[in-house]
Design a binder for this molecule. Structure first.
Ligand code: COA
Length: 161
């Protein structure tokens, strides 16, 4: 049976930490859907379309991986996509409480969908999209954390802010 996994997040913007998890998930499952949440509550700097497009450009033509935006319940979107596994990255102990809550609630909403956690490589464990945005916005170099297309997109955004 084809194992379809969904990797949800806000990806504002996608970092090397995220892409590493996507590659790792792809090696475990037949198909991986990168599900980009609208996340209105987080007031993302990049629009949903921009976030989807950046991930597509960063990943290139990666077989078995699809990038989609969504603005509904994750469990409903997972069902629409026939995904039975939710993949989340667990960076540090501080992530655990929130991730545990999210996984428990998703299990409550959809007992047939399992959440699995992957740990990023050690050198990405301190990485977050908001830190990347802050460093870039203050003129710092983020090229070791994000793909060159994301570096350019961040520079372009900061011109207008
Ligand atoms: N490498 C680098 N950074 C990572 C990372 C990794 N491997 N994994 C997570 N992060 C960072 C993100 O960059 C983000 O950083 P930021 O907050 O500084 O921007 C942070 O960790 C967590 O963000 P993210 O992984 O994008 O999760 P989220 O909390 O924004 O998204 C959703 C959570 C989208 C999965 C959740 O809100 C959701 O499912 N929404 C859909 C609606 C729904 O179903 N709600 C009910 C849920 S029970």
């Amino acid at each position: 049976m084809t194992k379809v996994a969904i990797y949800p997040g806000t990806f504002d913007p996608v970092t090397h930490g995220h892409t590493e998890i996507i590659h790792r998930a792809r090696s475990l499952f037949d198909r991986v859907i990168v599900a980009v949440a609208k996340s209105r509550g987080k007031a993302p700097v990049f629009t949903l379309e921009e976030r989807v497009s950046l991930i597509e450009r960063v990943l290139g033509d990666l077989p078995g991986v699809e990038v989609c935006g969504f603005n509904i319940l994750l469990t409903d979107f997972s069902r629409q996509k026939n995904a039975t596994i939710i993949v989340r990255g667990l960076r540090m102990v501080s992530d655990f409480e929130y991730e545990f809550q999210l996984a428990s609630m998703n299990r409550h909403l959809a007992p047939d969908i399992e959440t699995v956690f992957l740990t990023p490589a050690e050198h990405y464990s301190h990485l977050s999209s908001s830190l990347v945005r802050e460093i870039s916005g203050l003129g710092g170099d983020v090229s070791q954390f994000v793909h060159p297309v994301v570096v350019s997109a961040l520079q372009e955004k900061s011109k207008w802010r």
